[in-house]
Design a protein around this ligand. Structure first.
Ligand code: 8X3
Length: 249
């Protein structure tokens, strides 16, 4: 029987790259996201190997209803990739936008917690499973104007560490991925559609791609059962941390 990976935020960026990598590796994938059209396109491409669920992880009841309605042959999730998340804004903390803050906190922290809370009990009961949380180098230390985004990713680190402790009596594994500069739609979203500003984030440096992070995700998932990849910090070459980036300009 093929293993099942549930990937949140699977309609773009790292999430979509993970969905494609896991499918190529022989998993069946539950792809979740807000963009129904992109979910349908994935379904059309991969047919029976994909189950799509359209919901926003910020909507706890919609998330609960969608996961509760999983057909029996899709209900036993082997790998949960908690990827749904976003950055909004890059301003001093004293000038930040309340709506941006709420969206980041509700998605990156509370959404991740909701999905974890709903999926992990079955893993514990089966003594089997793997939770892979997408954190960020931004969670290691704040960078200029990153404030709330960095705080949400620091929270993801704490929640991942906490979960790893809480399931240590089981065979469930828990991994934190901490990507650095990855060129996806991340910066376009952060800058509310200002594509020129988004492009400047990746100027003078070869950024990571969603595929690079998907490779690491799959590596962690496919490690032997006795190997728990606790954390992976994946940076672009010429990037040393969240704030030190040497550009060739
Ligand atoms: C994405 C990496 O450095 O742009 O989480 O915050 S960074």
């Amino acid at each position: 029987m093929k293993q099942i990976a549930l990937i949140t935020g699977a309609t773009s960026g790292i999430g979509e790259a993970c969905a494609r990598r896991f499918l190529a590796a022989g998993y069946r994938v539950i792809a979740t996201g807000r963009n129904s059209a992109r979910l349908e396109a994935l379904k059309a491409e991969f047919a029976d190997n994909v189950l799509t669920l359209a919901f926003d992880v910020r909507d706890r009841e919609a998330t609960r209803a969608a996961l509760a309605a999983l057909p029996a042959d899709w209900a036993e999730v082997d790998v949960l990739v908690n990827n749904a998340g976003l950055a909004l804004g890059l301003e001093p903390e004293y000038e930040g936008d309340f709506a941006d803050w709420d969206a980041m906190i509700d998605t990156n922290i509370k959404g991740l917690l909701t999905v974890t809370r709903l999926v992990v009990p079955s893993m514990v009961a089966r003594n089997r499973g793997h939770v892979i949380n997408v954190g960020s180098v931004a969670g290691d230390a704040a960078y200029a104007n990153g404030n709330v985004y960095c705080a949400t990713k620091a929270a993801v680190k704490a929640l991942t560490d906490g979960l790893r402790i809480d399931v240590a009596h089981t065979a469930v594994r828990v991994t934190l991925l901490k990507p650095g500069l990855v060129e996806t739609n991340f910066s376009n979203i952060r800058f509310h559609g200002d594509d020129a500003r988004a492009d400047r984030v990746y100027e003078g440096i070869t950024p990571l791609t969603g595929d690079d992070i998907a490779d690491a995700t799959l590596y962690a998932a496919q490690a032997p059962a006795h190997v728990q990849i606790a954390e992976m910090l994946i940076l672009a070459t010429h990037q040393a941390n969240g704030s030190t980036i040497v550009r060739n300009t």
